[in-house]
Design a protein around this ligand. Structure first.
Ligand code: NAG
Ligand code: NAG
Ligand code: NAG
Ligand code: NAG
Length: 634
């Protein structure tokens, strides 16, 4: 009897297995490195769930109600009129009407729609897909300029060192994929001139990436994202391999390249497979059910909390800059993890390399910057190179330490404004009535957190969003708070700003890749020059890639709403059902050159676009020395 049951069960199981296609997520479950096609098969095996689709639309739509720039971004003013023209709310309606084959296809539509804003503060991320696995090639690229000024795309000279360090277990797969007698000789490709990518001029691929990578307003900055770069991180100097060799979604299986390798006359053609590696936040799964459960549904941290009851999804770089490219050790006492100091061989040029601020307190950062700069001066530095080759949240107030004080008066920070729609106003009214809701000053709408136009703090019963400033932007009615004061001086600046700036702004130069935003106040206040490294020479390079004012996300806004008991308000976003998030600019910074208009839309053209060569590419010290040659004539 029981054996018949077993047989029957076996027969039923077997016929089920035959009738049902294999689970595409089970195939990749538990694996570290996989083929992108297999990942795609898993990702695209889930149909669109109409409830989830509508939930995401509603969360994004209503969170954008708190985003200062939605109406500006419909058609940005000159000089960004060609870079930013996305009516995101209209596009959400389009997404609602359009049907998609899979939940993954739907996600790509959401993600690209928000990325078209080219605003790194305002992106939609769904951790079910974005960077769950990263799609890699072992050949980061650089844009090099030769002695005659001709620019061409190359495989980075350090490519092989970097990929063997980062992908020790996969390198053989790529070695074996090389054709004929190149097999096993991946190292010989380092430095090769890339004549074509997928049978077209390399800039076709560069520009295709610039169209979808998002984050930075300026086209030049988005072009440069394709190539490798470096950054100073808390753990040391890191190599960023760039968008060509690292992708957040498994959309490509191979790259075909036509190369001119040094020492060979005939160009060679290679085809390398992309390989996908699971990311640091992937929760292990065994099949479709556990993939969805572990990675795709909302987590305890997805939605906001009621504080009384008690999140650019950019992957963290984890490849060290090869030793041959690293600057010598920094000066003793180099401050904290965020700042490193160097004195160049000329003994008169100091270098301040700024890294990620995320792990240090603002006070510790100011302290370390101040002591480090004073130490540089004591060692004889007369001029300063500030290297900010990274993508970091800007703390504009530190500008005080650099440029002459006269130029940072009344302040180095930006004046700002927040949006003042009916829900925003209601949140402040609730807090006015009952300040005890937020005794710890955790809520963004707490009046006590902000200063009025004369830089005095508001009182608990001030309705700081009123009188509302009405504007018509791109034909849409909009409403903002009165102009808010800045937060650098005097109370916000714990160390009293030096009487004189520590370095003359004209003897300071900022080196960047255009991705950060701190330098705007240093530059526009004091006349410090700006160098952007490695851009295409006929493309205008902007030194400021993303300027907001203050950025935050759906979760914080949901916390504001829940803590003030306004979750039922018709404009309040519902709880998000998926493991995702929406970023926003919550306060918009006004410009320094033109204080009447948002800084975001003002021209930030770099003084110099520094061409990179074989010697200088991704070599910080060589870049600093080249900058000194070009910028300081004495
Ligand atoms: C966004 O929300 C507003 C306010 O509730 C609503 O009028 C509008 O139709 C919504 N748009 C979309 C695309 O859902
Ligand atoms: C998926 O995997 C989990 C845990 O490994 C297991 O309990 C479950 O039965 C599996 N589901 C299916 C449909 O195979
Ligand atoms: C693409 O490049 C930009 C700029 O460096 C970076 O912020 C983004 O994280 C990159 N995307 C991926 C998937 O690495
Ligand atoms: C700013 O706040 C201070 C202190 O409450 C007040 O005296 C001043 O009039 C305010 N300034 C403006 C322009 O409202």
């Amino acid at each position: 009897m029981s054996s018949i049951k077993v047989l029957l069960a076996f027969a039923l199981g077997a016929s089920n297995a035959l009738a049902q296609p294999a689970d595409p997520c089970a195939k990749i479950g538990g694996q570290k490195w996989i083929a992108p096609a297999d990942l795609r098969a898993c990702f695209t095996s889930f149909p669109v769930d109409p409830v989830i689709k509508e939930n995401i639309i509603e969360v994004i739509n209503k969170t954008l109600g708190f985003h200062t720039s939605t109406n500006y971004q419909i058609q940005a003013p000159h000089p960004f009129d060609r870079d930013v023209r996305e009516d995101v709310l209209a596009d959400l309606s389009r997404i609602r009407r359009r049907s998609r084959k899979s939940d993954c296809d739907l996600h790509i539509d959401f993600s690209r729609t928000l990325k078209r804003l080219n605003d790194g503060h305002c992106t939609w991320t769904n951790n079910c897909y974005d960077s769950l696995f990263l799609n890699y090639l072992p050949i980061p690229l650089v844009l090099l300029t030769d002695a005659r000024g001709t620019q061409s795309v190359h495989i980075a000279p350090a490519a092989f060192d970097v990929s063997t360090a980062d992908f020790p277990n996969q390198i053989q797969v790529w070695q074996d994929a090389l054709p004929g007698n190149l097999k096993g000789k991946l190292s010989t490709l380092s430095g090769a001139n890339v004549l074509q990518i997928n049978n077209e001029d390399p800039f076709v691929a560069v520009n295709a990436n610039a169209a979808i990578t998002g984050s930075y307003q300026s086209f030049g900055t988005r072009q440069n994202s394709f190539f490798s770069s470096y950054q100073s991180a808390p753990t040391g100097w890191m190599y960023i391999i760039g968008n060509f060799t690292q992708q957040a979604l498994p959309l490509h299986d191979n790259a075909e390249l036509t190369l001119q390798v040094s020492g060979s006359i005939k160009p060679i053609r290679i085809k390398l497979p992309f390989r996908a590696r699971n990311g640091p936040n992937t929760v292990a799964f065994t099949n479709s059910t556990t993939f969805r459960q572990n990675n795709c549904v909302a987590r305890p941290t997805t939605n906001g909390i009621d504080i009384n009851s008690l999140m650019d999804h950019a992957p963290i770089p984890n490849v060290d800059l090869p030793l041959t490219l690293q600057p010598p050790s920094s000066l003793p006492g180099s401050g904290g993890t965020a700042a490193r100091f160097y004195l160049l061989k000329d003994r008169v040029t100091g270098v301040l390399a700024l890294g990620s601020f995320l792990d240090v307190s603002y006070e510790a950062l100011l302290e370390s910057l101040y002591t480090g700069l004073v130490d540089l001066k004591e060692r004889g530095a007369k001029r300063l190179v500030i290297d900010v080759l990274l993508d970091m949240p800007g703390f504009v107030c530190i500008a005080h330490l650099v440029g002459a004080k006269a130029t940072t008066v009344p302040q180095a920070g930006l004046y700002t404004t927040a949006r003042a729609g009916p829900l925003d106003q209601e949140i402040v009214s609730v807090l006015n009535r009952d300040p005890s809701i937020d005794s710890t000053l955790s809520l963004f709408y707490n009046p006590l957190a902000w200063r009025n136009i004369t830089n005095e703090f508001f009182d608990a019963d001030d309705h700081w969003l009123r009188p509302v400033v009405r504007k018509v932007i791109n034909g849409r009615q909009d409403a903002f708070s009165p102009r808010l004061g800045q937060e650098c001086q005097p109370q916000g600046f714990l160390i009293p700003p030096p009487e004189e700036g520590l370095f003359d702004a004209k003897q300071s130069v900022i080196v960047s890749n255009g991705r950060c935003h701190l330098q705007i106040s240093i530059t526009e206040n004091g006349g410090t020059r700006n160098v952007v490294v490695g851009g295409k020479k006929d493309v205008k390079q902007h030194f400021c890639g993303v300027i907001g004012g203050q950025s935050t996300n759906f979760r914080q806004m949901d916390t504001e709403v829940k803590s003030t008991g306004l979750k039922d308000h018709s404009l309040a976003p519902p709880d998000l059902l998926v493991n995702g998030g929406q970023g926003i600019t919550w306060r918009l910074g006004f410009g320094i050159k033109n204080p009447a208009e948002p800084a975001e839309w003002q021209d930030h053209t770099a003084t110099i676009n520094l061409p990179l060569t074989v010697q200088t590419s991704n070599n910080p010290q060589a870049i600093w020395e080249e900058v000194v040659k070009r910028v300081f004539t004495v």
